[in-house]
Design a protein around this ligand. Structure first.
Ligand SMILES: *Cc1c(COP(=O)(O)O)cnc(C)c1O
Length: 389
């Protein structure tokens, strides 16, 4: 069971007050996102990785408030669909600051990106590469490789994306032969990756491909895309960003020396998560039997209203309540008529015994991967609302 969650372990007082002031005026459930924190997180990232180009992973939170803030700070954008592209271009961002990072795409969508001016595309398969060659001739190609690390990432992104090293080489050679520009390699070690050494293994693989392509095929790659995976603050602790940056920089230098290739980062979670607090209300508290050792706490937010990353209890959000006192183990579940709508049952959260119906729960670090994951109207519940301060 966790200890009671303290505000000061996650937010400075001024930030929490800003969020709370707005939250007090709204009806639950909703998420409030503090844009000053996003601003700060972006500065921290560029300070720690001064040599890298940032491509914000739009899927983490595509709100115009976030996109325009990051656009003004000079960020580029990692985009997964024509809809995300439209959102970003609408803000006046030029297409040369966008990459099409999804390896799964329709030919007509590739053409759409190309017509809008995008010239950098990810791939991990021959069929997709041939589509890119036709629909986006001459573009820069980076191939995504498979990486380990799914056991130490709280939200793994392996298996579905990427290809083995030998295939990556075949694809880059084919890219050249199809008139494209073989530009680089990418990987994603898994989101909320707690093991920094995952980057070491992946960069090592990249190094081997760089060398072999140069020696055997006279192809000189220019770029390494290190993906996302940088941490947010949840219940399970991680190293701080500075430690990630120091270690990853050392891995790059060990393999490539000081004169290393262009480096791209695609942060999502680490930029936005801890800027957000989701606020819900307790709808019901019950016990299943006279002798039950724990209570069930049902809230007005659940798996279908933004908390999908609680699947398999993968992401353990810190849950703060204003009441204090003795804690009791509880099961926490959402409001819908689907028994999958249980957030935490194996991992027991401790909430105060005096918690009552109508009390608010503050779910910390919920700025990323919440708003757009919310269902349209399952059981008639409207999508999660979001407010920006
Ligand atoms: C989702 C995604 C990211 C963002 O990952 P985080 O772990 O949230 O930083 C980056 N790159 C790609 C290709 C992604 O799909």
């Amino acid at each position: 069971m966790n200890k009671s969650i303290k505000v000061e372990d996650y937010y400075d007082q001024a930030t929490f007050s800003r969020i709370k002031a707005l939250a007090d005026t709204k009806e639950t459930p909703f998420v409030v996102i503090d844009t000053a924190t996003v601003d700060h997180n972006y500065d921290e990232l560029t300070r720690n990785f001064p040599f890298a180009s940032i491509y914000y992973a739009v899927k983490a939170n595509p709100a115009p408030e976030i996109l325009s803030l990051l656009a003004n700070k000079g960020s580029n954008f990692d985009i997964a669909s024509i809809y995300e592209l439209d959102k970003v271009l609408k803000l006046g961002v030029s297409a040369d600051r966008c990459s099409y990072g999804n390896t799964i795409k329709k030919s007509k969508d590739i053409r759409y990106f190309y017509e809008k001016g995008v010239r950098m595309f990810a791939t991990d398969s021959e069929a997709d590469l041939r589509n890119i060659a036709k629909a986006a001739p001459g573009s820069k190609i980076y191939v995504r490789i498979l990486t380990e690390g799914s056991y130490t990432a709280d939200w793994p992104l392996s298996r579905k994306f990427g290809c083995q090293n030998d295939m990556a080489m075949d694809l880059l050679i084919l890219a050249r032969d199809l008139g494209l520009t073989p530009y680089g390699l990418s990987f994603h070690v898994g989101s909320q990756q707690r093991d920094i050494d995952s980057w070491d293994g992946a960069i090592g693989k990249v190094k081997v491909i760089f060398e072999r392509l140069k020696e055997e095929d006279n192809i000189e790659l220019k770029m390494i895309n290190l993906g996302g995976g940088f941490p947010a603050n949840y219940i399970t602790k991680t190293n701080d960003l500075e430690t990630y940056a120091q270690e990853i920089t050392r891995f790059i230098q060990e393999d490539f020396g000081d004169d290393f290739p262009e480096i791209i980062l695609e942060p999502g979670r680490s930029l936005i998560s801890n800027a957000g607090i989701l606020v819900s209300e307790v709808v019901l508290i019950s016990r299943k039997a006279r002798t039950s050792l724990h209570r069930w706490v049902y809230t007005d937010v659940g798996k279908f209203s933004g908390l999908i990353e609680t699947l398999d209890e993968s992401i353990k959000y810190p849950i703060y309540v204003e009441k204090t006192g003795e804690l009791e183990e509880v099961v926490i579940a959402g409001p819908t008529c689907d028994s999958a709508d249980i957030m935490y049952e194996d991992y027991k959260y401790g909430l105060p015994l005096n918690l009552a119906i109508g009390d608010r729960l503050y779910w910390f670090s919920t700025g990323a991967y919440t708003t757009t994951y919310s269902a349209v109207e399952f059981n008639g519940f409207p999508p999660l609302k979001d407010y920006y301060v």
